[in-house]
Design a protein around this ligand. Structure first.
Ligand code: ARG
Length: 481
């Protein structure tokens, strides 16, 4: 028998099969079931506390909803596809189980404030999980960077050899990128953690609701301010989608780097077998597929952000059904980022760096050319002139197949009288690396400082995240008492 819709009273006939299936969001929003039941539980308690419904009815509802949570957790809750979404299903099942009291649950509530509440609670958990995963990846990178502060490798610009850097310094660059990602997520968290319940359909409610109470019961910082804004607002989803896209762009860059580094042209690293796959035809192949897929899946996160922005851009206030199209992208971005973070940490942990090859690669590309120019500057030559002089020396080396440090003193003198034997010591690659002692530079002692500050920031992100996880744990314990 067809299930009755929540709004059947207005209609002489039910919706067509096609309309029902077209408008249904159950396949997507089933994922919000736990949050929907928890949100309903807080709402039911508040209805009883304020006397909007009887205490006894509130208790019946609360008991029924707690049981729904338990059943959902043990996989014993089945939703009917004939009902349009998860919210309708929860209310329907509850009413079937507890009878008349179930019909009072939706007092002073609309699906518009309800959806937003559920969705915010989902994004809240997603943020905490992603920050935790981001911290794990940073930990791996830090542990590897600590051992490589003296490992010399070419630093690149335009993918051309530029100046010598340490591998530790290079790995730390990734850490600081991910650190900003974590910070962005935690910052978004502050704005999203406000409770929509009580906003109603768009204008608030005439019932004497206690919005502070539902907000507190669900672990929100406070209720939202303006009911109309509240039911229209998906900024929290957009921010989350942006933060995911931004983090995926960082991971994609790391993936690309691993594809390059493990190629026979670079040979800077060997991909652990566990993160590679073979070819169906070429027996010799070992392909960096995980790294490639991380790079490839960033497209999803970017596309998801565009999808959501596009849904939002032309909507008048307040709730419009288009808003139902807000969840798929967010779920997809969350899954994409969390699975990529899950893979990329262990991949970096087990990566086999080829230090010898990195050192060899430093022989090419005149990584010390800037230092030779700086050396002339120290001896009084204006930098622009020194740049010309060294440029000419490089041109000479290219013709002769030489390196700058293998030029004879006589050859050097031909470029500038200011150059001598000491100049050659000045441009040894090791000296070039150690000299870059400006704050944030690649010199080992500066990298040590960066390690310290990276760890300090990670510590504060971890404390913030763990504190919030523990707080929410208590919130749920209290709610289900
Ligand atoms: N499934 C819908 C959504 O996700 C529920 C809201 C429907 N609200 C309404 N006013 N028709 O947005």
């Amino acid at each position: 028998m067809a299930e009755k819709q929540l709004w059947s009273g207005r209609f002489a006939e039910g919706p067509s099969e096609a309309t029902l299936s077209f408008t249904s969001s159950l396949s997507v929003d089933t994922r919000l079931a736990w949050y929907d039941i928890a949100g309903s539980l807080a709402h039911a308690i508040m209805l009883g506390e304020t006397g909007i419904i009887g205490k006894d009815e509130s208790e019946v509802l609360a008991k029924g909803l707690k049981q729904l949570l338990t059943d959902l957790e043990s996989g014993e809750l089945d939703f009917s596809t004939e009902l349009e979404d998860v919210h309708t299903n929860v209310e329907h099942i509850l009413t079937q189980r507890v009878g008349e009291a179930g019909k009072r649950l939706h007092t002073a509530r609309s699906r518009n404030d309800q959806v937003s509440t559920d969705f915010r609670m989902f994004v809240r958990d997603a943020v905490l999980e992603i920050v935790t995963l981001l911290l794990e990846v940073q930990n791996v990178l830090i542990a590897r960077a600590e051992k490589e502060t003296g490992t010399i490798m070419p630093g690149f610009t335009h993918l051309q050899h530029a100046q010598p850097v340490s591998l530790g310094f290079h790995l730390l660059a990734h850490v600081f990128r991910l650190q900003r990602d974590a910070e962005r997520f935690l910052d978004a968290y502050k704005r999203l953690n406000q409770c929509p319940l009580g906003a109603g359909a768009l204008a608030g409610t005439g019932h004497p609701v206690d919005r502070e109470l539902t907000s507190a019961l669900l672990g929100f910082d406070r209720p939202t301010d303006n009911a109309m804004d509240t039911v229209s607002d998906r900024d929290f989803a957009l921010e989350f989608a942006y933060d995911c896209a931004q983090a995926m762009v960082h991971l994609s860059s790391m993936g690309e780097e691993l594809v390059l580094w493990t190629s026979p042209e670079f040979r800077f690293a060997e991909m652990p077998d566990a993160f590679a796959t073979g070819s169906s035809i070429m027996p010799q192949k070992k392909n960096p597929d995980v790294a490639e897929l991380v790079r490839g899946r960033s497209s999803l996160a970017i596309g998801n952000l565009m999808q959501l922005l596009t849904v939002m851009k032309g909507l008048p206030l307040s709730y419009n059904r288009d808003l139902q199209e807000d969840k798929g992208s967010v779920f997809s971005s969350y899954e994409t980022l969390s699975t990529c973070l899950f893979m990329i940490g262990p991949m970096y942990r087990d990566l086999d760096f080829n230090r010898e090859r990195m050192a060899q690669a430093c022989a090419d590309g005149f990584l010390n050319a800037t230092d030779l120019a700086d050396h002339l500057v120290r001896r009084g030559m204006p930098f622009r002139q020194a740049h010309e002089v060294v440029g000419a020396a490089v041109q000479h080396c290219v013709k002769k197949g030489k390196r700058l440090e293998s030029l004879t003193v006589k050859e050097l003198k031909g470029f500038s009288e200011l150059l001598d034997k000491e100049s050659l010591e000045y441009i040894s690659l090791d000296a070039c690396l150690r000299r870059r002692t400006s704050a944030g530079g690649t010199a080992p002692e500066r990298v040590e400082e960066q390690l310290v500050s990276a760890k300090a920031i990670m510590g504060s992100h971890r404390a913030e995240c763990e504190g919030e996880v523990a707080r929410l744990y208590e919130v749920w314990e209290d709610l289900r008492k």
